[in-house]
Design a binder for this molecule. Structure first.
Ligand SMILES: [Zn+2]
Length: 223
């Protein structure tokens, strides 16, 4: 693990305890079975997350207030703030990468005094306070048919700048970057994926685990 380190974190289900985007759509779609069918197609790679998100959006009718109310009760990993401090002290590059939506990421970070953190996600568009569309500023930067905001692209950019990439994630949108990151911290679906693919990984439950494992890695590196 030589050189400058870049910490790259997924948001939904990793920094946020629950999958905010997923649960928000689930709470609003009128036809759950149609929605579940859609998600299944995405999980097995038949459609990209861009297409999946666009179709999910067409299944709901909601405004900013609905989303704000939904976010209110959602929590971040209780050890995330300490982990951010840990990274800042060591001057690690730190970025949050999400194939979800910028609005709730920004709100939840702001609500927790972490609004200054850098993140890259898809852009939720409002029109007269109603949720009206999604823009994909990071789409098609790289040859990937799975993602809306392919995290692999951002990791490759960091690697080009000489960083050792340390990736922390839990879900399906972490499959692309997991093949490319130098070190992978994995839980839930990503953990299953890493095991199936035989990818080297470190299992974790929360950010205290990540901090402990990283400290050990650093210690060994210096020793
Ligand atoms: Zn991808």
């Amino acid at each position: 693990m030589n050189g400058e380190k870049a910490i790259i974190c997924d948001f939904d289900g990793t920094i946020a305890v629950r999958d905010i985007g997923h649960n928000f759509f689930e709470s609003l779609v009128s036809d759950i079975s149609l929605w579940e069918e859609l998600l299944e197609k995405w999980k097995i790679g038949l459609i990209s997350s861009k297409e999946c998100l666009m179709r999910e959006l067409s299944m709901i009718d909601a405004c900013r207030e609905d989303l704000d109310r939904f976010i209110e009760n959602e929590k971040l990993d209780p050890y995330f703030k300490d982990f951010v401090d840990f990274c800042e002290k060591r001057k690690y590059e730190f970025v949050i990468l999400s194939d979800g939506l910028d609005y709730y990421i920004d709100s939840m970070l702001m609500n927790n005094g972490l609004g200054y953190l850098d993140f890259k996600a898809n852009h939720l568009v409002f029109e007269m306070e109603r949720i009206s569309g999604i823009e994909f500023p990071w789409f098609d930067r790289i040859d990937c048919t799975l993602c809306g905001n392919c995290k692999r692209y951002h990791i490759e950019e960091l690697k080009k700048r000489g960083f050792t990439s340390i990736y922390i994630g839990n879900g399906y949108s972490d499959r692309c970057p997991a093949e490319y990151a130098d070190i992978i911290f994995a839980k839930s679906d990503l953990l299953v994926h890493c095991r199936q693919k035989g990818l080297d990984h470190i299992e974790f439950e929360n950010f205290r685990d990540v901090e402990r494992e990283l400290t050990e890695l650093l210690y060994r590196e210096q020793g």
